[in-house]
Design a protein around this ligand. Structure first.
Ligand SMILES: [Mg+2]
Length: 110
């Protein structure tokens, strides 16, 4: 399995010379998030099961996010690691505050 760093580097090589402008990357990311939302709506509201479509849209979102990161010189792996460290410090508090309510919501909504 490739690391996120390797995935980002491979994608940068793949798109070399045909990168979108930064604004295009932002718009593309929102387009893909919208498509992901549509797949979730189809599953959750209309009870449609299109095999693999949700996973493909998740991959599209990651692809677009990595393109956006590249256009701003962001190493997503490094940023992600820093974010996880920040979240790890908050987890004990979140467990105390939210475990019960989130468990109840999952049983109701999922
Ligand atoms: Mg898509």
């Amino acid at each position: 399995m490739k690391s996120l760093n390797e995935i980002q580097e491979n994608q940068k090589i793949l798109l070399k010379g045909i990168e979108h402008p930064r604004l295009g990357n932002v718009i593309g990311l929102f387009e893909e998030v919208g498509e992901l939302a549509k797949e979730v709506t189809d599953i959750e509201v209309y009870k449609e099961q299109k095999k693999g479509a949700l996973g493909q849209e998740c991959a599209d979102v990651l692809f677009s996010l990595l393109s956006l990161c590249d256009s701003y010189g962001i190493n997503l792996s490094s940023e992600y690691e820093a974010k996880v460290k920040e979240i790890e410090r908050k987890i004990p508090d979140w467990r105390l505050k939210y475990t019960g309510i989130l468990k109840a919501l999952r049983s109701k909504l999922d």
